[in-house]
Design a protein around this ligand. Structure first.
Ligand code: FAD
Length: 190
């Protein structure tokens, strides 16, 4: 898969933060909502009534090279009726993966190990954010999953999440089992 282009200011026809997919077109699921929401999108009700022309027209304009048609967003808040962006998808996926690791058996059967490996190896193939999937593919090849038990798996997953955190300029998480269990299984002790 070719490395997708991310608009980081070098491409003047794209708004900052807009990410292109492997097809060279703006990739909605690869981009944070605040970076693709057009400023002049008419307001909808919370139930999503009165569809706005915003994103479809924006994407079409962007794909056609009409970047100037898009102005900066006037709000970073992603309305409930909108499809997930890269951040909501990420949070939901990490929640699922870390929680599944936290409840994975201490001594998994061969069948459980095989299924966990299948789940993890399917992510780079199926994850909808293409550049996230591409980075994860490289990451998993360099750091094969440790599915030998829940403590090892929780640490392995925490370290993969930290790889993304570092790449995005976010703080690293303490990958001790005490901290991952506190966050994803037991809650704070007091
Ligand atoms: P998240 O990073 O989503 O974390 C959710 C919660 O997990 C945090 O609040 C914290 O309590 C806890 N946490 C944080 N770090 C760890 C850790 N190491 N171990 C255990 N718990 C932790 N976004 C991009 O913009 N570019 C990418 O290339 C990209 N790649 C991704 C690849 C994968 C496989 C996934 C699942 C997501 C990816 N994302 C990517 C999304 C990104 O990781 C975040 O989910 C998103 O930016 C939202 O971040 P957040 O600050 O809300 O917290």
């Amino acid at each position: 898969m070719p490395e997708p282009t991310s608009s980081t200011g070098d491409n003047k026809s794209l708004p900052p933060g807009m990410v292109l997919g492997p097809d060279g077109k703006p990739c909605k699921i690869c981009t944070a909502f605040r970076n693709w929401k057009p400023a002049d999108t008419p307001k909808r009700g919370q139930d999503g009534s009165k569809p706005a022309p915003g994103i479809a027209a924006t994407m079409a304009a962007m794909a056609a090279g009409g970047g100037a048609a898009v102005s900066q967003p006037d709000s970073d808040v992603r309305p409930e009726y909108c499809p997930p962006d890269v951040e909501q998808l990420g949070r939901a996926t990490w929640t699922f993966l870390h929680t599944t690791a936290a409840y994975y058996p201490e001594k998994p059967t061969q069948n459980q190990r095989a299924n966990m490996l299948t789940l993890l190896r399917s992510l780079p193939v199926l994850y909808p954010c293409s550049h996230c999937a591409s980075h994860l593919d490289t990451n998993i090849r360099e750091n094969p999953p440790d599915v030998s038990g829940r403590i090892a798996l929780s640490r392995w997953l925490c370290e993969r999440h930290n790889d993304v955190n570092v790449r995005l300029g976010k703080p690293e998480f303490d990958c001790s089992i005490k901290k991952t269990d506190e966050r994803w299984k037991d809650g704070p002790s007091d």
